[in-house]
Design a protein around this ligand. Structure first.
Ligand code: CNA
Length: 479
C-alpha cells in the first residue's frame, strides 16, 4: 500500500476489496513454520515497503517464531526487557542506524538479536558462525519495522477513558461486530457468523457470496443470504449510539464503517461524518443500464429472497416492438436466458432482452472501494486524527485492514472486540461485547450513553488478561 500521499486527484488507496491473509502472529508464534528461500541482504534500506514476508517463499529452510514468554527458556537469548528495548530502538532510529549500532559495532551478536525479534533459533545453525544468522535477522528486522509499534504509555482502562475525554478528532473504524447485538450476523464469528451458515450453497469459500464475478454469473447466491444482513427496522445498538455520542461531543472526525447495513444513520450519525467503506444497501444500481433506485425500492424482493429486476429495463423492454428485436439464433446459438418473458407471443421467433439485476451499492470482493475512502483518509483525516478506535472487526478485509498502519504512529489506537487480533498492535485492547465496553467507558468518563439495551443498574467486571499489560476483558456482572 502506498503510504505517500498521491498527487491531488489521485486516489492513493484505490485498491479492490480483498480478503487479506493477514499474517496471524498468534498462529505464527505457535511455532508456525514459515519457509525461507533467499533472504534479503537489505540491512541498509530504511524503506517501509517490505513486511518481512516478502523475503519468505515456499521453498527452502524453515524459520520458526516464538512467543515473548518463551524467551526465558532459550539459552543466550535476550531477556524480555532487552528484546523490548531493541524493538523500540529499531523503530526510533530506523533499520540502517540500528544495524550500524548493533551488528556493525558488534555490541550484540546476530544470533542473540534474532531472539529479540521472536526468531526461534534453528537447530541447523547450531555451531555456525554468527554471519549465518544474518539472513534470519534481516527478515526479523524488516518484519518488526513494518509493524506499528504499540505506544507504551497507554495501557489501562483509565488511560483509555482519558484518551476519550481528551481527544478532539477521533477516527472510529467499525465492522460487523457492532451490529450483532441487533441480530445481524457478522462474517467470521464461529457458529453464528454468516460464513458458518453457508455450507449449503456449495461454494468452495463462503466469501464467494460477496464475489463480484460470482454475482455476475449467478446473483441468486447473493440474494439468498442478503436478507440476513438487511435490517428489518430502524434500530441501532448502544455501540452505534456511542459513535453518535462522540459526534454530539464534537469529537468524531470520521466513522469509517465496513458495514453495509446503514444502521449508523438510524443512530443519527451524520452522512458527512461517515465513510461507508464497502457501500451500503441505501441505494441500488442496475448492472445493465446503471439505473439507480433508493435501496428500499428493492427491499421487498430481497426479504423474499428474490433477485430484484430493474424497473427501467422492464419498461424499455415493454416498449420494444418485435421489429426492434434481433432474430433469435439457431438452436446451436446462445442458450436462452431463463428470465425471458414468457408472455411474449413472439417468444419463439425473437431474442427478447432481459431486464438487468438491481445490485445493492455495496462493494463486493474484487470491486474498488468508493473514492472517498482513500481521499479522505490520506488527504484529510491522517493529519487531524488524535485517537483511533477500532470496534467489532477482525480486520481481515483490505484495504480497510490497512488503516491502522497508515495513520501516524504516534496516534493512540484502541481496539474493542470480542476477539483480539494479533496482526496489528493496538495500544489498548478492550475485549468483550462492544455494547458493554462502550457503555462502561462512558460511565467512567462521566458521559451519558442512554440506550434501552443498557440496563440502568448494569455493573461491569473488568479483568486483565494475564501476560498483557494493556489487554482487558469486560463482562457484565452476573451475565
Ligand atoms: P468479521 O470478520 O465477521 O469480524 C467481526 C468481529 O467482530 C469479530 O472479531 C468478532 O469477534 C467481533 N464481534 C462480533 N460480535 C461482537 C460484539 N457483539 N461485540 C464485540 N465484538 C463482536 O467482520 P468484519 O466487519 O471484520 O468484516 C468486514 C466485512 C463484513 C465487511 O465487508 C462487511 O461488509 C461485512 N459484513 C457486514 C455486516 C453488516 O453490515 N452488519 C454483516 C456481515 C458482514
Amino acid at each position: 500500500m502506498d503510504l505517500v500521499p498521491a498527487p491531488s486527484g489521485e486516489n492513493p488507496v484505490k485498491t479492490p476489496m480483498v480478503e487479506v491473509e493477514a499474517v496471524d502472529v498468534a498462529e505464527q508464534l505457535n511455532a508456525e513454520a514459515v519457509a525461507l528461500e533467499e533472504v534479503a541482504s537489505e540491512f541498509g534500506s530504511d524503506s517501509d515497503d517490505s513486511d518481512g514476508d516478502d523475503a519468505l517463499s515456499e521453498d527452502g529452510e524453515i524459520i520458526q517464531f516464538m512467543r515473548d514468554d518463551q524467551l526465558q527458556d532459550v539459552p543466550g537469548a535476550c531477556t524480555l526487557e532487552e528484546a523490548m528495548a531493541y524493538r523500540k530502538r529499531l523503530h526510533d532510529i530506523g533499520k540502517a542506524a540500528f544495524v550500524e549500532e548493533t551488528l556493525v559495532r558488534e555490541t550484540v551478536t546476530a544470533k542473540k538479536l534474532c531472539t529479540a525479534f521472536g526468531i526461534k533459533l534453528p537447530e541447523f545453525l547450531d555451531g555456525a558462525p554468527d554471519e549465518a544468522y544474518h539472513p534470519l535477522l534481516a527478515i526479523a528486522i524488516s518484519r518488526e519495522f513494518s509493524r506499528r509499534p504499540k505506544l507504551s504509555q497507554y495501557n489501562t482502562i483509565d488511560d483509555a477513558v482519558k484518551l476519550l475525554q481528551e481527544a478532539k478528532n477521533i477516527i472510529v473504524l467499525t465492522g460487523a461486530g457492532i451490529s450483532t447485538s441487533l441480530g445481524i450476523p457478522d462474517f467470521r464469528s464461529k457458529d453464528t457468523g454468516l460464513y458458518s451458515k453457508l455450507a449449503h450453497l456449495g461454494l468452495s469459500d463462503p466469501q464467494e457470496v460477496f464475489d463480484i464475478h460470482i454475482f455476475r454469473e449467478d446473483p441468486r447466491i447473493f440474494f439468498s443470504i442478503a436478507k440476513d444482513i438487511l435490517p428489518t427496522e430502524k434500530k441501532y445498538s448502544p455501540t452505534h449510539g456511542f459513535i453518535k455520542l462522540l459526534q454530539d461531543k464534537g469529537k468524531l472526525l470520521t466513522n469509517y464503517t465496513q458495514n453495509i447495513d446503514n444502521i449508523e444513520a438510524n443512530a443519527g450519525v451524520r452522512a458527512e461524518k461517515m465513510v461507508q467503506c464497502h457501500g451500503s444497501f441505501a441505494t441500488a444500481t442496475c448492472v445493465k443500464c446503471n439505473f439507480k433506485v433508493p435501496g428500499d425500492a428493492i427491499f421487498d424482493d430481497i426479504r423474499e429472497g428474490k433477485v430484484p429486476e430493474c424497473s427501467a429495463c422492464v419498461e424499455s423492454i415493454a416498449t420494444l416492438k418485435p421489429q426492434g428485436l434481433k432474430r433469435k439464433r439457431s438452436s446451436t446459438g446462445n442458450q436462452k436466458d431463463r428470465k425471458e418473458f414468457e408472455d411474449s407471443s413472439d417468444e419463439d421467433d425473437y431474442e427478447i432482452p432481459t431486464p438487468g439485476v438491481m445490485k445493492p451499492d455495496i462493494t463486493f470482493f474484487g470491486e474498488d472501494l468508493p473514492d472517498e475512502f482513500g481521499q479522505r483518509l490520506v488527504h484529510h483525516d491522517r493529519e487531524l486524527a488524535d485517537l483511533v478506535i477500532v470496534i467489532g472487526t477482525s480486520l481481515k478485509v483490505a484495504p480497510v485492514a490497512e488503516v491502522p498502519g497508515i495513520l501516524p504512529r504516534n496516534v493512540p489506537q484502541i481496539y474493542i472486540s470480542r476477539t483480539p487480533v494479533s496482526h496489528t498492535d493496538f495500544d489498548i485492547d478492550l475485549l468483550g461485547d462492544s455494547d458493554v465496553v462502550v457503555s462502561e467507558l462512558c460511565r467512567r468518563a462521566g458521559w451519558n450513553l442512554e440506550h434501552h439495551m443498557i440496563p440502568a443498574d448494569e455493573k461491569v467486571d473488568i479483568t486483565p488478561v494475564e501476560g498483557y499489560e494493556s489487554r482487558h476483558v469486560f463482562k457484565v456482572v452476573g451475565a
